[in-house]
Design a protein around this ligand. Structure first.
Ligand code: NAP
Length: 275
């Protein structure tokens, strides 16, 4: 069954998710209404995605008008703007409309204060959602029906792999996946620098690092056992084993665990600040 969706604040992440959702057969462009602050952003959305988009700078009721008939109302404004934006449309919502917040560091309890009469899902996407290769954690509150959770999962599957998790798992998702994409980018950056230290020119080092990341990612997706894949490259006494031994001697494992924990701890601190 086709659903209607509104995206309140269709910026970078909101429009990435929307693009993915439109690639499924669960949503048509005619069933979407989006809002932004500026007219220029709204025009861009209409041009790029063929959807109706309106700007709050043109009309104070833009959010309420967009949210009124929607089955799912996605909130894509910045975390600090959630409460004020919620006040602009909460009363216009249909009773069964599901609020879907993508805001980092805003808990279900805080969202329930802003939307006391509607079911709420908190989601956490990562940036590859923009190319349909995201990881998206979904935490429904206890008033969302199974049908609503299933319909939301179907919509979001166009943007990547969807995991329905309790809210307590969002920190872990941020630690390894929401922020985790940047760890892979950091490794690529450092490999490019290392390649130059080893005498490669920058362009060659960049292309080699990118192709290596792509090949490793595709191999891993086909055979999701990274330790096995690593052992297949790192023969005892060989070059890869020398590199892996060097990583281990530098405390690589502890460093990765500490980094993931730092991201999860930061997410928890943001939730406390926003509560
Ligand atoms: N970017 C990420 O990697 C990422 C990852 C996970 C979660 N998130 C979450 O996604 C949310 C959005 O982040 P973003 O990076 O996509 O920010 P963004 O690109 O700045 O998008 C925010 C959007 O909200 C619009 N807006 C501002 N005030 C509004 C209002 N009163 N009513 C309606 N729309 C309004 C802005 O309009 P204009 O375009 O006219 O300014 C813009 O389109 C945040 O809560 C963030 O925590 C982001």
């Amino acid at each position: 069954m086709a659903v209607t969706v509104s995206i309140i604040g269709a910026g970078s992440m909101g429009s990435s998710l929307l693009k993915g959702m439109l690639s499924t057969d669960a949503l048509n462009a005619e069933s979407v209404r989006a809002t932004t602050h500026s007219r220029a952003s709204a025009d861009r959305l209409t041009q790029d995605l063929g959807i109706e988009a309106n700007a709050t700078e043109d009309s104070e009721s833009a959010n309420a008008d967009a949210a009124a008939a929607a089955d799912f109302v996605f909130l894509g404004v910045k975390p600090w703007a959630i409460r004020e934006t919620a006040a602009s449309f909460a009363e216009a919502l249909a009773k069964e409309a599901v609020i879907v917040s993508m805001a980092a560091g805003v808990s279900l309890d805080t969202l329930a204060e802003a939307f006391p009469n509607n079911p709420i899902a908190r989601i956490m996407p990562n940036t590859p959602s923009a190319i349909g290769k995201g990881v998206i954690a979904v935490s429904p509150d206890n008033t969302m029906s199974q049908e609503q959770t299933a319909a939301l999962t179907r919509l979001l599957s166009g943007a990547g792999e969807v995991f329905t998790v309790p809210e307590s798992a969002i920190g872990g998702m941020i630690g390894i996946s929401g922020s985790g994409v940047a760890y892979f980018f950091l490794l690529a950056e450092k490999l490019i620098a290392a390649g130059q230290e080893l005498g490669l020119d920058e362009d060659t080092a960049r292309r080699m690092a990118v192709a290596t990341a792509e090949g490793a990612g595709l191999l891993l997706a086909a055979d999701p056992d990274p330790a096995k894949l690593r052992r297949a490259v790192a023969h005892p006494g060989g070059t890869t084993a020398a590199a892996v031994d060097s990583f281990e001697a530098d405390g690589f494992e502890q460093s990765v665990v500490r980094a993931a924990r730092a991201a999860a701890d930061k997410a928890a601190a943001m939730e406390r600040e926003n509560s």
